[in-house]
Design a binder for this molecule. Structure first.
Ligand code: PLP
Length: 396
């Protein structure tokens, strides 16, 4: 028999699995082109051509014993150096290979750093709505995730509420900008205010509060909006990056953690993370994917494609009377449900073959998430279905 805790986790994850199965079943009955599946954040733009070229080059020209061999837990030194230099050029930072640890995507990086930092009972704060897996990641190490209620007018972080939520047990704050599920990008002004507040709290409490910046969507920002690089604002920042979305490589499981030398207890944090990655069972990030990432770390996906999708779905839904904050990044739209019970709204949407995710999965009931990383035709064909849904709820 499996553990009691795992039984609960299996039960908890069944909603997403059920939606996935339902989508497949609907596609079998109605045809895949007649089902509008906006449920998954799986990039639909193929990886840049350079990724294929890099893979071919590495497999043909590099020493196979090196490419496929065991390595230091933090990853290839030359890969970490290349990425550190790229970050320094782009963001004016001063990282070396020693500040980077290659990870198994953003999920792997978050687990490594939480394993490294958390004592049982310590608290991690985040702002709702948030990526639902944070609950499990924090609980994996006996921590408590505390979600701060959203400011639904802007979905920018509510710093007054954060100030009240920090306690002597607060070990870390996780932020995610560009945000899943709202698409909101935290402004520089917000980051400055957040940094000041955390500095002040650290002084008051005599503790270290690490700011974990979960950044899989850093490169997906529209209209020239800037995504501030957080280590420049707050000394105790750890960045978790992923190539899952920026290079459309979610299945290759590759990302990295940046642990700046200015962190409190830097050497212990770095050494701890090197042990955590090994004992969590990853051992190290996949070797071939690391080498590809280094060769492609300044490439990006076709952002224009997502931007066009963004305009199409945002304007389309607004014209139909739905309300939402215009996303500035990522590839999600967080739409206000016309009724309080957004799960009932998601259920109603299925009648029109629209698959949406309930905001409760992100700690924010009353809203639904639409992932617009889909084929253009899916959005075009879905708009008439959204119109019927809007009519059902008296929006048009
Ligand atoms: N964090 C956020 C906010 C995400 O949206 C995701 C994936 O969708 C992840 C982390 C996990 O990313 P990865 O696939 O790189 O592990």
């Amino acid at each position: 028999m499996i553990s009691e805790r795992m039984k609960e986790l299996v039960k908890g994850s069944s909603a997403i699995r059920a939606m996935f199965e339902e989508g497949k079943a609907m596609a079998a009955v109605y045809g895949a082109e007649n089902v509008y599946d906006f449920s998954l954040g799986n990039p639909n733009v193929p990886a840049p051509e350079r990724v294929k070229q890099a893979a071919e080059y590495i497999l043909e020209k590099e020493d196979p014993l090196m490419v496929h061999g065991y390595m230091s837990n933090s990853g290839y030194e030359d890969v970490r150096r290349t990425i550190a230099e790229s970050l320094n050029r782009r963001f004016g930072t001063d990282f070396t290979a020693d500040n980077l640890l290659m990870t198994v995507g953003a999920a792997g990086g978050l687990n490594v750093i939480l394993k490294t930092l958390l004592n049982p009972g310590e608290e991690v704060l985040t702002f709702a709505p948030y990526f639902g897996e944070y609950d499990n990641y924090v609980e994996n190490y006996g921590g408590r995730l505390i979600a701060i209620a959203p400011d639904t007018a802007t979905f920018q972080p509510d710093l007054k509420a954060l100030e009240k939520a920090v306690t002597p047990k607060t070990k870390a704050v996780i932020i995610n900008s560009p945000n899943n599920p709202t698409g909101v990008v935290y402004s520089e002004q917000t980051i400055i205010a957040l940094s000041r507040l955390l500095e002040q709290k650290q002084r008051e409490l005599g503790t270290s509060i690490y700011l974990i910046s979960d950044e899989p969507y850093r490169e997906l920002a529209y209209d020239g909006v800037q995504v501030p690089y957080l280590t420049k604002y707050y000394r105790n920042t750890i960045v978790g990056y992923s190539f899952s979305k920026s290079l459309s490589l979610p299945g290759d499981r590759i990302g990295y953690l940046v642990m700046p030398s200015q962190l409190d207890d830097f050497e212990m944090v770095r050494d701890g993370a090197n042990v955590a990655i090994r004992i969590l069972g990853f051992v190290n990030a996949p070797g071939l994917a690391q080498r590809i990432a280094a060769m492609c770390c300044e490439e990006t996906t076709d952002i224009q494609y997502y931007d066009t999708n963004r305009e199409l779905i945002y304007n389309g839904l607004k014209d139909l009377g739905f309300s939402c904050v215009k996303p500035q990044g990522a590839f999600y739209l967080f739409v206000k449900s016309p009724v309080e019970d957004e799960k009932a709204f998601c259920q109603a949407a299925k009648k029109y073959h629209l698959l949406l995710v309930a905001g409760s999965s992100f700690g924010c009931p009353g809203y639904v998430r639409i992932a617009y990383c889909v084929a253009r035709e899916t959005i075009e064909n879905a708009l008439p279905a959204f119109k019927k849904l809007a009519e059902e709820y008296g929006l048009v």
